[in-house]
Design a protein around this ligand. Structure first.
Ligand code: E4P
Length: 225
């Protein structure tokens, strides 16, 4: 399973990119609004910050309601950063979103269908030609449903029907979501930076580092007698 970061914050993207395991970035209208910056400008900045990643998802804005409006926005987004090959158009799971997905994927544009909450939605998006589909784990867990079970079932569906759409486990809230999404067959998890930091840390790793340091200092850098 690959790691994408789920944010429009440049500082967090840069920190994650520096670690060396980042394969992409996802954004959505809420994440861009949080940064209070013009949408296309921020997508361009992100593309420049993470050269060579597999995918940077730019979601059509909520005022694009019809497929034509979504396609019109997508056609501007694909020109950003000199037609950056990472650009992926993120579209909502609506009939218009599916229509736009079909149109764009036939033109060779990578798409990510977002707000997936059922296996049927996943199948529709995959059949429309989506390169990625994003089931939202945390938001399902919030309503006492099982987000991980959805990923397991979608992964099985894609395998049975030999569909090459990739699952992006989204709305990831904690490290256990990451582990379980990987074991359930998600191709990607898109994760906020706070959770990436949690993945790195373990109290026994920290204790171990302290012990190595004190043992070393006692022998090699202790007071000379
Ligand atoms: C996915 O691409 C979305 O940006 C995201 O994961 C939403 O997560 P949330 O439920 O934490 O808002």
């Amino acid at each position: 399973m690959k790691f994408f970061i789920d944010t429009a914050n440049l500082e967090d993207i840069q920190k994650a990119y520096k670690i060396g395991v980042l394969a992409g970035v996802t954004t959505n209208p809420s994440l861009v609004a949080k940064e209070g910056i013009r949408f296309e400008q921020r997508i361009e900045e992100i593309l420049q910050l993470v050269p060579g990643v597999e995918s940077v998802s730019a979601e059509v804005t909520p005022d694009a309601v019809t497929a034509e409006e979504m396609i019109e926005q997508a056609e501007k987004l694909i020109l950003l950063n000199g037609r950056d090959p990472s650009i992926t158009i993120k579209l909502p799971m609506t009939t218009a979103g599916l229509e736009a997905t079909r149109y764009l994927s036939q033109k060779g544009v990578k798409t990510n269908v977002t707000l997936i909450f059922t296996v049927n939605q996943a199948l529709l998006a995959a059949r429309a030609g989506a390169a990625y589909i994003s089931p939202f784990l945390g938001r399902l867990d919030d309503i006492s449903e099982d987000g991980i079970q959805l990923v397991t079932r979608i992964a099985e569906l894609l395998r049975i029907h030999d569909l090459d759409t990739q699952i992006i486990a989204a709305s990831v809230r904690h490290p256990d979501h990451v582990t379980r999404a990987a074991l359930a067959g998600a191709h990607v998890a898109t994760i906020p930076y706070s959770v990436i930091e949690q993945l790195v840390k373990h109290p026994l790793t920290e204790q171990g580092m302290q012990k190595f340091t004190s043992d070393w200092l006692n022998v090699f850098e202790g007071p000379s007698t």
